[in-house]
Write a protein that binds this ligand. Sequence first.
Ligand code: NAD
Length: 266
Amino acid sequence: MRLKDRTAIVVGAGQSPGEGMGNGRATAITFAREGASVLCVDRNLASAQETVSLIAEKGGKAVAFEADVTKERDIKAMVDEVPKRWGRLDILHNNVGVSLAGGDAELLAITEQAIDNCVAINLKSCILAAKHAIPIMRQQRSGAIVNISSMAAITVYPYVAYKATKAAMIAFTEQLAYQNAEYGIRANVILPGLMDTPMAVDTRAQAFKKTRAEVAAERDAKVPLRRKMGTAWDVANAALFLASDEASFITGVTLPVDGGASVRRG
Ligand SMILES: NC(=O)c1ccc[n+]([C@@H]2O[C@H](COP(=O)([O-])OP(=O)(O)OC[C@H]3O[C@@H](n4cnc5c(N)ncnc54)[C@H](O)[C@@H]3O)[C@@H](O)[C@H]2O)c1
């Protein structure tokens, strides 16, 4: 029970259609298993509700909440909901992110609309969630924020908007950590590498007209550690550590969860 009596928001706690488990869902389940009350936020309420049902089956405490995090009004409502319900806000976990699904493309093909989409979903949402959570956390003089960026931020990646927004998340998290350290608030960012999630594998299979197994095999081959992608539980476990008191002297850190892929240069 490493998060006993804590309260948490997991933004993007549903998941994309496909096989297996997404990062957001696995994180919500992990936080609840460790004793937190979790607000499972998603613009797809049915998907957030599925996450809540999985948590409830194991005796955990969670509530689904519908919000489109491209809208500041929805973000404020989601942040306010947690202290209203459970008295305080200990953990903010920003998991929402899109690339291909947001229309992302290579430079010469990218549209203005796709850039706006990716900036709003990946970056603006995480900045505005912090804007509304920080005053509550400053008053408590404690809080942990975990942002989900991507290894794409620091390694080669074909599409423009995802890479740029995920890189910006790292800079923003560092600033957030530094400016709020005196209030006892920590902020850290995780860089997932090649993970076996519906968002990454099933979305690509559909976009590139390949089978799931083909996409999975190509991704597995690129991972140094056991030549196997990571899973959503690897991201969830890293987030659990960063959100828990075990990381109480860790802030402003960028943590790759990538099976060693970032070690390769050139
Ligand atoms: N899977 C990988 O290989 C991989 C690698 C690197 C980084 N990541 C990062 O992990 C995160 C996603 O992981 P996941 O597996 O949970 O993805 P997912 O797509 O399965 O889940 C994300 C959830 O966010 C929700 N969402 C999308 N736009 C929203 C909006 N505007 N408002 C509210 N909710 C919205 C979706 O409905 C979905 O349920 C992303 O930030 C992604 O960039 C994944």
